[in-house]
Design a protein around this ligand. Structure first.
Ligand code: IFM
Length: 445
């Protein structure tokens, strides 16, 4: 078989970083071990809110198999690994006393990465809020800013001697919107959504301040999910709905964090929650913009829904991944351009990937030619963006491993590595070998 073609990369910087990303709840398992507290996702799973009643109890068992997983990264040749710390593993009650065995796990992981020549990129919050804090109102409670600062201080003092790259949040717009308006776990009220947006933004600012103080030379950012929001039809109502979702999804967090103000479309709704000095507390200097990109989102007007919109039909003929996400590398290129122009920060693409239902063939191999084609096209689009002047400095594939895909449980697979959830065996897919080949080729240049 002919080796799959590599994408053009000539316009990428010589110090461009290639990596992979994961998150704690999606891979670690060991949810009841070594003193870990419960997270909101343990509770969602227990309440049967996840497909097939899947839970994170075992997940990829990364908690016990992290060495094997770091060895996989070494085989890939990645320079960096983005992971998250499970807040309830290190602070079982979310605040108060720390859990030493939980901290020791991340010591072992970080040390293993460094010994393997892989730079750790640590994300503080990837959605697994301690349930004890949710019981106090979670992000709807302004106290959450202080809880997050306390957690950030623990992490930075413990790991700041070895970790330099920190992200405060992963995709704040996604967990806020899906927790408060679009999702099943809907505690809907516009007020709760707007309160959450503002408190998470304040927590980001507080986290940046703590990290700067505790880790001299830290390189800090926030990771945003940026997708174009397009109207499902040519109607004016759908165009207005798309503009509204676009504001919540793409601008409600980076605008105040990087430009010091809320977008005008939602500013008045957030106003009642803003106290004097808040905007300066949110807009702290950061070093980069973390961008997660997958595919355009289609939107239609829906007068009865809380925010006046809902997800719309995808136009006929749009190419889709097996899990139904539109494939459009030009939209990625355009998103990179928009983010570059609007925020003016160096961009690291910290997630991009292809969701499917991979299975091993009779010989036990997992051949995922479509994922390779997807990644090739998206990396080519990123190279084109760089050629036209976008300051993009790194690209991390979601994900190293198949893992727990939130409400879809284990059915959707995004990994470069197949995980057999019964035996927990890891099987590198053909995309794994392709990515390793790409990194080797580019780094030889
Ligand atoms: O799995 C998620 C990840 O946790 C956040 N970004 C999108 C991925 C794919 O849905």
């Amino acid at each position: 078989m002919r080796a799959p073609e590599l994408p053009p990369t000539a316009s990428l910087r010589p110090d461009f970083i290639w990596g992979v990303s994961t998150s704690a709840f999606q891979i670690e398992g060991a949810t009841k071990e070594d003193g870990r507290g419960r997270s909101i996702w343990d509770v969602y799973c227990q309440n049967g809110e996840v497909k097939n009643h899947d839970t994170g109890d075992v997940a990829c068992d990364h908690y016990h198999r992290y060495r094997e997983d770091v060895a996989l990264m070494k085989r890939l040749g990645v320079q960096a690994y983005r992971f998250s710390v499970a807040w309830p593993r290190v602070l079982p009650q979310g605040q108060g006393s720390a859990n030493e065995p939980g901290l020791a796990f991340y010591d072992r992981l970080i040390d293993e990465l460094l010994a393997s020549g892989i730079e750790p990129w640590l994300c503080l919050y990837h959605w697994d809020l301690p349930q004890a804090l949710e019981d106090l109102g979670g992000w709807m409670n302004r106290e959450s800013v202080a809880w997050f600062a306390h957690y950030a201080k623990l992490i930075s003092t413990r790991f700041g001697d070895r970790v330099r790259r920190f992200a405060t949040f992963n995709e704040p717009s996604i967990f806020s919107l899906f927790g408060h308006s679009l999702g099943k776990r809907d505690r809907s009220s516009e007020d709760n959504l707007h309160r959450t947006i503002h408190h998470v933004n304040l927590a980001h600012g507080a986290g940046v301040d703590v990290l700067r103080e505790e880790v001299p030379g830290a390189s800090i950012g926030c990771i945003h999910n940026c997708q174009p929001c397009w109207p499902s039809s040519g109607s004016e109502a759908d165009a207005a709905a798309a503009a509204r979702l676009d504001t919540y999804w793409n601008n409600a967090f980076p605008d105040p964090q990087c430009r010091g103000k809320y977008p005008s479309l939602i500013g008045p709704a957030i106003e009642p929650h803003i106290q004097p000095g808040d905007m300066a507390r949110i807009c702290r200097p950061v070093d980069w913009f973390g961008l997660n990109h997958y595919s355009p989102v289609y939107v239609k007007a829906q007068a009865t829904s809380m925010l006046g919109f809902e997800f719309g039909e995808k136009p006929a003929g749009v190419p889709l991944t097996p899990i139904g996400w539109p494939i459009n590398p030009d939209a990625f290129r355009e998103t990179l351009r928009i983010v570059h122009e609007r925020y003016g920060l160096p961009i690291y693409v910290l997630e991009n990937g292809y969701g499917s239902f991979d299975k091993p063939d009779e010989a036990g191999a997992v051949i995922d030619a479509e994922r390779i084609e997807f990644l090739r096209a998206y990396i080519a689009a990123m190279n084109a963006a760089a050629r036209s002047g976008v300051d993009v400095r790194g690209y991390f594939i979601w994900s190293l491993l198949d893992n727990f895909e939130w409400e879809s449980g284990y059915s959707n697979r995004f990994g470069l590595t197949y995980v057999d959830y019964l035996s927990l065996q890891r099987i590198p897919k053909s995309s794994f070998r392709w990515y390793a080949d790409l990194i080797k080729t580019v780094r030889r240049r």
